[in-house]
Ligand binder design. Structure first.
Ligand code: HEC
Length: 166
């Protein structure tokens, strides 16, 4: 009888530790998944809004500054113009667009946009690989969870080459 409270105490302690561990694990998971979650918070419409505010002024179908019109692109189906978007991603990552002195999105927004554009391209690539899109392969390789997919793509490309050679 006298040991009851001790046992109850021990169980409570264990339960507490378990909850703390689970909460800790969840928190770690949440932090690790933060980049993966950001594209969902930057859908096509959000990216378009950023571009409208900071890019369309020069890169529209009338001015076509640097031969680039972004206002006519489909922000919901980025992979359709992957080569153009890869350039946009590079500029966003480097923070080199808009040109110095022009109003620009804050760094976090620019990065989030770059990440979500990359995701869209990579996901389309994983579904329908295009050997010309090497930037996507490099990114797939870097991401552990897509390594298998990247491996498959390499295999397909390699096999394609062999078929061409034969
Ligand atoms: C004030 C006008 C202006 C604004 C605003 C602007 N750009 Fe540019 N952009 C230029 C000029 C000029 C060039 C060519 C010179 C260069 O590449 O730096 C250029 C070049 C580019 C290129 C390279 C095109 C190519 O084919 O090589 C990309 C990509 C680009 N801009 C993306 C963007 C994005 C994305 C934004 C918005 C976040 C933006 N630009 C905002 C003027 C602008």
């Amino acid at each position: 009888m006298s040991r009851r409270p001790q046992i109850v105490g021990a169980i409570a302690l264990l339960a507490g530790l378990w909850l703390a561990a689970v909460a800790g694990a969840l928190r770690v998971e949440a932090t690790q998944q933060a980049p993966a979650a950001s594209p969902r918070s930057m859908p096509g419409a959000a990216n378009r809004a950023v571009a409208e505010q900071y890019c369309f002024g020069c890169h529209n179908q009338k001015l076509k500054t640097a031969g680039l019109a972004l206002d006519t692109l489909d922000f919901d189906h980025v992979s359709a113009n992957a080569d153009i978007w890869e350039k946009v991603i590079a500029k966003l990552r480097a923070g080199s667009m808009p040109p110095p002195g022009r109003p620009r999105p804050d760094a976090a927004t620019a990065q989030a946009m770059a990440i979500s554009l990359e995701r869209d391209i990579d996901q389309a690539w994983a579904v329908r690989p295009n050997p010309g899109r090497i930037a996507a392969v490099h990114r797939l390789k870097k991401r552990p969870f897509s390594r298998a997919a990247a491996g498959r793509k390499y295999l397909e490309i390699a096999q394609g080459r062999r078929v061409e050679q034969e």
